[in-house]
Design a protein around this ligand. Sequence first.
Ligand code: PGA
Length: 249
Amino acid sequence: MRSKIVAGNWKMNKNLTETEALLTELAAKLPDTQAEVMVAPTYVNLASAVRTLESSVIEVIAQNMHFAESGAYTGEISADMLLSIGVDTAIIGHSERRAYFGETDEILAKKVVTALDKNIRVMFCFGEELEDRKSDNHFNVVESQLKNALFSLEASAWSKIVLAYEPVWAIGTGETASADQAQEMHAFIRKTITEAYDATIANNVSILYGGSVKPGNAGEIFGKPDVDGGLIGGAALVADDFVAIIKAI
Ligand code: PGA
């Protein structure tokens, strides 16, 4: 059985004081839920976030990590550093990392391997750009992103992977994929994994949708059979909105 997950990607928002305040509010308002709830504050506040959420079920995850074990990589963060502060899940491949920081499929494949070697759970993000969808190339793009970064992994690695399909044109734009578009792509992703591996792996992997999920549209999107939750950006920065989205699952 795959898990339901609602994760908040805070991106480059919230200083230390604001982070503690939002986490405290979230922990207090967290509704009863079967879903796993995760938040990804900025790196400098991860350790403090772990402490703030010590007695909460909300999990603190990282927005990124480097593929090298250690060494001369100024400004980067290693898997061991995350583990040492109690963070054992990392977002890898977010479209903003791909677009603004030159992260290619090849780099992401290395990051995934390192994370899994270290027993870090990977939330792998991917999705097509607007031109891809307009030219009806979105299925090909998604398939090649998955293939290039993930399909060389052993079957056993998939128990540590969560997928987040995030069409780039829907991220931070206010434009959401319709629930039917999300379902269509998620079903395609499961079919692609079935072909590359098998139906058990495809049915056990959680596939989240991301891109302008809000309290008003979360219920319809999460209601689709192949959508197992969401990766939430803007709406995760407001406790009441994030809580409403968690309730929608
Ligand atoms: P958004 O961001 O909800 O603000 O569109 C989603 C994401 O980038 O993960």
